[in-house]
Design a protein around this ligand. Structure first.
Ligand SMILES: Cc1cc2nc3c(=O)[nH]c(=O)nc-3n(C[C@H](O)[C@H](O)[C@H](O)COP(=O)(O)O)c2cc1C
Length: 154
């Protein structure tokens, strides 16, 4: 079965005051479904944007993305890339999550090439590199990182 990696970004419609709770709700469903479907990936959020990479077989990733497209908790979903890949970047993570905060803001400025982060202005490969860099730092730092069997947001 062909393995693919899909990258998109979207505008968050979550209430800022309730953001972490709402993200935790999304993650709980996402992790359960993704474990069932053999989908892995990472979700990065702040109070304005979602960035997500999903990897798995083409049919499962497409079905997941179709559900995500219909979700009212975000809008303006923009598909950035859908690539055939030979291996997963996030094996073992049914849906990892990292929050854009002071500890990783330098990465957003570096890859986004601007002080205020705007994924609409970024090339697809830069966006994917940003997601990977944020995920790696969260993994090394051991915080704000949600494993497939742990859906809490730090
Ligand atoms: C930003 C965002 C990311 C999401 N990521 C996933 C995901 O990785 N996997 C998943 O199954 N659902 C994910 N969801 C939730 C889906 O949109 C949907 O609510 C869920 O799959 C249940 O779909 P259903 O009610 O049609 O069964 C995400 C939602 C949002 C807003």
């Amino acid at each position: 079965m062909k393995l693919i990696r899909l990258t998109y970004f979207s505008r968050s419609c979550l209430n800022r005051d309730n953001n972490q709770h709402a993200v935790a709700e999304i993650l709980a469903i996402a992790a359960a479904n993704n474990r069932r479907d053999g989908v892995t990936g990472v979700l990065i959020c702040d109070d304005r944007w979602f960035l997500q990479e999903l990897e798995g077989t083409e049919n499962k990733v497409s079905a997941t993305f179709e559900r995500i497209l219909r979700d009212q908790r975000h809008r303006d979903v923009a598909l950035v890339t859908m690539l055939a890949v030979t291996e997963r970047r996030y094996p073992g993570f049914a849906m990892a999550c990292a929050i854009h905060d002071r500890d990783n803001d330098d990465l957003f400025r570096h890859y986004g090439e601007d002080i205020s982060f705007d994924p609409r202005q970024m090339r697809g490969d830069r966006l994917s590199d940003l997601i990977e860099a944020v995920a790696q730092r969260a993994l090394v730092g051991g915080k704000k990182w949600t494993k497939s069997n742990d859906t809490t947001v730090a």
